[in-house]
Design a binder for this molecule. Structure first.
Ligand SMILES: [Zn+2]
Length: 503
């Protein structure tokens, strides 16, 4: 009898009584779910940082408890899952965001203003490099340097002192240094006297980038920084202050250290993922060092360069003459279950890695290795169809396209440009294409962290002023997916924890 009554009571309870109460509810939005079957929703409910409901305004009501649930009316605003950035140089972005950025400064007054702003931010005694107490600034090409009186004094440069070897010191009529320095030894000379940035400085820089990520909706990223950055991430995570999920990569030539610690793909925790290594096979377009099968159009006989990790080449035992050091290392790391990511810009750099992945499959077997072809910038026209079945992740950064287009055709000609930044063709041929920023960029160009600018570049292949002609523009909706779902799945990261209950 008792049992029957209890059953009846439970049965009669309204469904809202059984629903989990949410901490946060968003209603009245256009919420993009990255789910083909149900692409948009009106409302979501979140508890302990996890979605407990995605659906309609009506359906979400059961998760609201007055006084306990914060409810935000989105008034039709568009909502996407957090963005993943597939490639960030976090440390350098921090230096630029928190430190001195003179890329848009062309005159004396704004320069002084910028340096003053940084001086106010920095603790006393911290060098302003890239550019106060001691100031040492370099022009973006790294050929002309500018130092203030304190920096000159510390460097042993003064009125009646002869120039240090390899440094030309510009002087006024009385022989007093003006602060302008040139010469091959300037950087080296100052590197010896500029102390490493302190832990506290690095923390402040990190916080500045985390704040930016929050502002732009970046909730996870793959970081290319030094090992100390990883320690900073762990420090922040331990105090619950890490606000992005980080995929942190080691170096290919140290794969054995990871293997010795039994770190392989998927290792780490929800906030910091390990298990991948990085390497560089060739140079970049900016200084014509990317490696091509045929010479550059503007320098006769020059095909670009392999990076030092390719050497030495040793005798191969598979019928080929020689095998590169990079390949030897990559084969071992792959068989130890470590994920590989290799920078490749020129068509031969990319082609070599396609060959290598095929040999890897032959030797170590087919598995979910998620080889990341970093940049995948210029692909030989015959090679696109090879992507099918290799399971390669093309880790591309659309902003490169709008930056490099200034001189791409002049350097490699129209035909090769057809295979450049060909995101859509890569995608149509079976590559997993994911997007990112490569922030903060090269000496000559800034790659913004804001994912919307990268998406704009991918869709339009133009900046407000220029357009890259060999066109591969891609429709916007699937592109959003490149920035949210694909990189997270294929980079062993989840962008957001989305536990859907019902629609
Ligand atoms: Zn990079």
């Amino acid at each position: 009898m008792i049992r029957t009554v209890l059953f009846a009571v439970l049965y009669l309870l309204p469904s809202w009584c059984l629903a989990q109460e949410a901490d946060l509810v968003l209603t009245n939005g256009t919420i993009w779910t990255v789910d083909h079957a149900n692409p948009t929703a009106e409302a979501v409910a979140v508890k302990d940082g996890k979605f407990i409901y995605v659906g309609s305004n009506r359906g979400v009501q059961k998760h609201i408890r007055k006084g306990a649930t914060e409810v935000i009316d989105l008034e039709s605003l568009f909502v996407t899952p957090g963005f993943n950035d597939n490639h960030v140089h976090f440390e350098w972005t921090g230096r630029l965001v928190f430190g001195l950025n003179l890329l848009e400064v062309h005159e004396e007054k704004p320069l002084v203003k910028k340096v003053r702003e940084v001086n106010d931010r920095f603790a006393p005694g911290v060098w302003i490099t890239g550019g106060q107490w001691s100031v040492f600034i370099q022009r973006f090409d790294g050929n002309v340097f500018f130092a203030n009186g304190k920096a000159l004094e510390l460097a042993g440069i003064g009125r009646d002192i002869p120039n240090p070897a390899g440094i030309s010191v510009e002087r006024d009529r009385k022989g007093t240094p003006t602060g302008i320095l040139t010469g091959a030894n300037v950087r080296n000379h100052f590197q010896k006297i500029i102390p490493d940035r302190s832990w506290n400085q690095r923390l402040l820089e990190t916080q500045a980038v985390l704040d930016r990520c929050k502002m732009f909706g970046v909730t996870s990223l793959s970081d290319m920084s030094d090992p100390l950055q990883r320690e900073i991430f762990y420090h922040l995570r331990n105090s619950d202050a890490l606000t992005v999920r980080v995929h942190s990569r080691g170096y290919l030539d140290q794969w054995d250290k990871l293997a010795a610690l039994r770190i392989k793909v998927g290792a780490g925790d929800e906030m910091i993922r390990l298990g991948a290594v990085k390497a560089w096979i060739d140079g970049i377009m900016g200084n014509s060092s990317a490696r091509f099968y045929e010479p550059y159009s503007h320098i006769s006989g020059e095909r670009g360069r392999w990076r030092s990790i390719m050497f030495p080449w040793t005798a191969a035992n598979d019928g080929r003459d020689m095998v590169s050091n990079l390949e030897n290392l990559a084969m071992k790391a792959d068989s130890a279950g470590i994920q590989l990511s290799v920078h490749a810009i020129g068509d031969e750099g990319n082609g070599y890695l396609l060959d290598m992945v095929e040999r890897m499959i032959e030797r170590n077997g087919q598995k979910d290795r998620r080889f990341r072809l970093v940049h995948a910038q210029v692909i030989h026209p015959d090679h696109f169809k090879r992507f099918n079945g290799l399971g390669i992740v093309a880790e591309v950064q659309p902003y490169h396209c709008t930056d490099d287009m200034r001189w791409m055709e002049e350097r490699i000609g129209h035909d090769r440009c057809l295979g450049a930044y060909a995101f859509r063709t890569l995608w149509d041929n079976g590559a997993v294409v994911c997007f990112g920023s490569d922030s903060p960029g090269t000496n000559a160009a800034r790659y913004p962290l804001n994912p919307m600018l990268g998406l704009y570049a991918a869709v339009t292949r133009q900046t407000s002023k220029r357009r890259f002609k060999p066109t591969h523009s891609t429709p916007p909706t699937p592109l959003l997916r490149r920035r949210s779902k694909a990189p997270s799945r294929w980079g062993n990261l989840r962008t957001c924890q989305c536990y859907r209950t019902t629609y």
